[in-house]
Design a binder for this molecule. Structure first.
Ligand SMILES: Cc1ncc(COP(=O)(O)O)c(C=O)c1O
Length: 383
């Protein structure tokens, strides 16, 4: 794709794959029917949703009845948090200090404790353990961070929560404890089998995996009861009322199938070209790499601080030269504040304002990275 040649902001948005668009088109044209209708065309559309739900569920190792389609990652995160916490008014929940705003904002509506991360942006398990008390009902820790790409130890967290659950049960404490993970950034690269991860709720996002935006899903483990955010006609098991966006749902399933069928290979490819780019172009004295070194980091993520350089100016100059990158506070519509994620890993406000996020994807090649590397080095070269 020519327009994506020098695009380095895949964590913000991924281009729609051609086959995704093809799968969506009929539902934007002739097959416009409301899936709740009783005529054949409507029933066929309903069937398309059923099939899409199966595709997503299969990839997660879940049951179709455990999938709730939403209008994106933010809505799924809100549904998970408010859906649980509104049923337990005198309880508390826990989040990490590097969650996306769509987790942090709804968590602020409830009593919430914040778990620290280490300098690489990985949750401190000891801190998490010490913060869970007998009233904790929900722990929400993202699978992978959207700014610095740090991958969180979800299986270890799930194990801890399982032990707490068992201990509560043995003491006759009826308070449940659930684990939610925002996996919006994980879909292209990581294992997503919910039974292996041990999560009770998982947010996934179509717009980050080459599917349409404003589409995503929440995995909700069987037996878990959520309060809906949106009431109405009772679609999506009564958890997300409103006429289904069939084109988006079908496109999401097409993208999911494509991406999940070779995520290992793509992760490997990007890791190689990314590490090559870093070692060839990013001299440590000039470019400080933020986040984990290699293993605990998303394959497509590069996050750097260039001391003394204003990131907004750098991003604009790069844009003029045809390269699209993100600044520290990307992923929110507007924010004057330096990124809370960068501050959580110990960067000063000034360093946060001198940081760039470069994220790679399907159309990134060695060549495109080489061009970016040359341009970046010219930018930082003393005049
Ligand atoms: C980790 C994470 N969670 C949630 C979201 C929100 O997703 P959406 O914009 O689809 O609502 C994003 C989007 O950038 C994200 O990166």
């Amino acid at each position: 794709m020519e327009s994506a040649k020098n695009y380095f902001d895949y964590a913000a948005a991924t281009p729609l794959l051609p086959e995704v668009l093809v799968s969506m088109e009929p539902y934007l044209k002739d097959k416009f029917y409301n899936a709740s209708g009783l005529y054949l065309g409507a029933k066929t559309n309903y069937q398309a949703i059923v099939e899409a739900r199966h595709v997503i569920a299969r990839g997660l190792g879940a049951k179709p009845t455990e999938i709730v389609f939403t209008a994106g990652g933010s809505e799924a995160n809100n549904l998970a948090i408010r859906g649980i916490m509104e049923s337990y008014p005198s309880s508390n929940m826990i989040v990490s200090s590097i969650e996306h705003e769509s987790v942090l904002r709804p968590s602020n509506l409830f009593a919430t404790k914040t778990v620290k991360v280490d300098k690489q942006g990985v949750v401190k398990l000891d801190d998490l353990k010490s913060k869970i008390d007998k009233k904790t009902v929900l722990v929400s820790i993202m699978y992978a961070n959207n700014e610095i790409g740090s991958i969180q130890p979800i299986r270890k967290i799930a194990k801890l929560i399982k032990e707490i659950r068992q201990s509560r049960e043995s003491k006759g404490n009826q308070t449940p404890i659930y684990l939610h993970s925002d996996a919006c950034q994980a879909g292209n690269f990581l294992d997503m089998q919910v039974f292996k991860l041990g999560v009770d709720l998982l947010t996934i996002n179509s717009g980050k995996i080459y599917g349409p935006k404003q589409c995503g899903a929440l995995y909700v483990k069987t037996g878990l009861i959520l309060k809906p955010l949106i009431f109405g006609g009772g679609q999506e098991w009564g958890l997300r009322s409103g006429t289904e966006n069939i084109a988006n749902i079908v496109g999401f399933a097409t993208a999911w199938q494509k991406v999940r069928s070779n995520y290992h290979e793509e992760a490997e490819r990007l890791t190689i070209i990314r590490d090559n780019f870093i070692s060839k172009n990013l001299t440590p004295v000039v470019f400080q790499l933020n986040g984990p070194k290699s293993t605990n980091r998303l394959a497509n993520n590069i996050h750097i601080t260039i001391d003394g350089k204003d990131n907004e100016i750098m991003a604009m100059v790069l844009d003029e030269k045809g390269f699209q990158v993100a600044i520290g506070s990307a992923c929110s519509a507007s924010s004057e504040e330096p990124s809370h994620v960068l501050k959580a890993i110990g960067l000063t406000d000034e360093q946060a304002r001198s940081s760039l996020r470069i994220t790679l994807g399907f159309y990134t090649t060695d060549k495109s990275l080489e061009n970016l590397g040359k341009t970046l080095n010219k930018l930082v070269a003393p005049n």
